[in-house]
Design a protein around this ligand. Structure first.
Ligand SMILES: NC(=O)CC[C@H](N)C(=O)O
Length: 373
């Protein structure tokens, strides 16, 4: 039997719908993603921790849940909003339905609401706190609880998603390089993309010390995607400064781009409603090429696009920009001899789910470690 559910946004707008997934109540930042496919990867991406995710694609759950596509060991979204869930999943890899998966992991969702109206509202007013409940069905009572929640600005969440212990993803074939990947909420596809290129990846907790990192004698350093406000990330930023000082090649993705920006002395800021989806156009300013990229970020680096920035480690510049709104999508650090020392992107070259236009960036990381970049 379908049970009623209520979604309330912090500005008082509310949507009445039907329970989807687990019953109960949940709170988080309401955001939307424009991915037409890849809901399994979205749900299990640790960067969505504490976010209530709305899918703009109206029909979700068609291919069920399989045993291969998880990006981590659990669903991380705080809540899930879909227009019209599939009643019967159908795919040769499907092991169970999305509804059952949400239920078994205790993820509260809502269906049957006008997700276009919700998305337009978030686009006009910005991402904001929200709550979903199957128990409190009075909008003003739920709103009261929404207003008690902590906002995303100022949220330091790496410790809540990072690995407890270091683990090693072995290189496929011959080991050519050793990389330390600081886990700020890493997606499982990222070390796989490196391993495919002969990189042995030591995935370390977000709290790993400089000594622990150097003990592995890494050829390169990587920092992952992850949830929360980059302005709160003190330890990874300090660690990265120390590693850049030592001339370690660096590659960062998403949160790793924001940490890199901060290590270079740049600021970060919250975007109105962020970039989430697998159809986001990005310009590579050096080549003039456009990539269609997978993205999931609510914050961005504040850097001058046309100018270079002198830093203690070299010259920094914006390498990639969003073609939708000119937001910084990549950074590059160059030494006095013109060689690239470190780089990062705000989007997801591991692209799970997503287009593979940006896979070349993992090759660029290899070239960086070979001293050829
Ligand atoms: N996917 C990510 O790494 C997101 C980074 C950061 N939490 C943001 O929202 O911008």
């Amino acid at each position: 039997m379908s049970q009623p559910a209520l979604l309330v946004l912090e500005d008082g707008r509310s949507f009445a719908g039907t329970s989807y997934g687990a019953t109960g109540e949940t709170y988080g930042e309401a955001v939307f993603t424009t991915g037409m496919t890849g809901y399994q990867e979205t749900l299990t991406d640790p960067s969505y921790h504490r976010q209530i995710v709305t899918q703009t694609a109206p029909h979700i759950g068609n291919t069920g849940i399989n045993d291969e596509d998880d990006e981590s060991e659990r669903i991380w979204v705080a809540g899930y909003v879909v227009r019209d869930p599939a009643r019967v999943p159908s795919n040769w890899r499907a092991k169970r339905s999305l509804d059952d998966q949400l239920k078994s992991q205790g993820i509260v969702g809502i269906s049957g609401i006008d997700t276009r109206a919700l998305t337009r509202h978030l686009r006009e007013r910005g991402a904001m706190r929200a709550g979903i409940s199957t128990e409190i069905l009075d909008p003003s009572a739920l709103l009261e609880k929404v207003l008690q929640q902590a906002p995303m600005v100022g949220a330091d969440l790496a410790d809540e998603v990072t690995t407890a212990e270091t683990y090693v993803v072995p290189a496929v074939g011959e080991r050519r390089f050793t990389v330390v990947a600081l886990d700020l909420g890493i997606k499982s596809m990222t070390p796989k993309r490196m391993a495919e290129r002969g990189i042995e990846v030591h995935v370390m907790p977000a709290t790993a010390s400089l000594d622990e990192v150097l003990a592995v004698n890494p050829d390169g350093i990587f920092m992952s995607n992850g949830p929360g406000d980059p302005e709160t990330t003190e330890h990874p930023t300090t660690l990265l400064k120390e590693l850049l000082q030592r001339g370690k090649p660096y590659f960062g993705i998403c949160f790793g781009n924001q940490v890199f920006g901060r290590a270079l002395g740049l600021g970060t800021f919250k975007l109105k409603y962020g970039h989430r989806g697998i159809n986001q156009p990005v310009l590579d300013r050096a080549t003039g090429k456009v990539e269609i990229t997978a993205q999931n970020h609510g914050f961005a680096v504040d850097a001058p696009i046309e100018e270079t920035v002198e830093t203690p480690y070299g010259t920094a510049e914006v390498s990639h920009v969003s073609l939708n709104d000119n937001v910084v999508e990549g950074l590059k650090l160059t030494g006095r001899d013109g060689r690239v020392l470190a780089f990062s992107v705000q989007y997801h070259p591991e692209a799970a789910a997503g287009p593979h236009d940006s896979a070349y960036l993992f090759d660029r990381f290899v070239e960086l470690m070979e001293g050829r970049a």
